[in-house]
Design a protein around this ligand. Structure first.
Ligand code: FMN
Length: 172
């Protein structure tokens, strides 16, 4: 699968098979995240790979009860390290949320290339996830994703036209 095909055919997956993920496939998708760019090459992230059944169930509960999260054999919790991030993107913000998001997107596309499904999860209670996994106060929980073999084949979701999303030479 080439990159554009992976970008075109990826879907958010909300039904998973219990099939375990081979260790080498897991390592490869984590390595895709590792290779992502980051501001000042600071790499201010940590991916917590959760396989424990009880912990997955508690993560699903902490994510507004989105039960499908615990169906997948693995849940990846993407964390941003504020203390290691580039402090001033555009002169106004710290880079960790951007950096982690790019890394997680790399992971998501690499997973899809290997037949693994994901679903970016932002509806979670950070304090609950933090307490569950022992994440320190200065580390942000940016997103979660289940990771596993899809048990559904969702339709493509709509996108805006390119004319709406792009302008040339000026903001219009
Ligand atoms: C920042 C962000 C937060 C999201 N949060 C959730 C979520 O909490 N639960 C969920 O089921 N999907 C979530 N999604 C998935 C979106 O609903 C999905 O990407 C969008 O509908 C487009 O569908 P597609 O991913 O299949 O192309 C999130 C996606 C993003 C990028």
């Amino acid at each position: 699968m080439d990159l554009m095909e992976a970008i075109r055919t990826r879907r958010s997956i909300r039904t998973y098979k219990p099939t375990p993920i081979p260790e080498d496939a897991l390592k490869e998708v984590l390595n895709a995240a590792r290779l992502a760019p980051s501001a000042d090459n600071a790499q201010p992230w940590k991916m917590v790979v959760v396989r424990d059944e009880q912990t997955k169930l508690k993560l699903a509960a902490a994510s507004n009860g989105q039960k499908f999260i615990a169906q997948a054999p693995v849940v990846v919790v993407a964390c941003g390290l504020a203390g290691e991030a580039y402090p001033s993107v555009g002169g106004y913000m710290s880079s960790e949320v951007i950096d982690v998001s790019i890394a997680l997107d790399h992971l998501i596309l690499a997973a899809h290339e290997r037949g693994l499904g994901t679903c970016w999860i932002a509806a979670f209670k950070e304090e609950k996830v933090r307490a569950l996994l022992g994440i320190p106060e200065d580390v942000k929980v940016v997103a979660l994703t289940p990771l596993g073999y899809p048990d559904e084949n969702p339709e493509r979701t709509p996108r805006k036209n390119i004319e709406e999303l792009v302008s040339f030479d000026r903001y219009e």
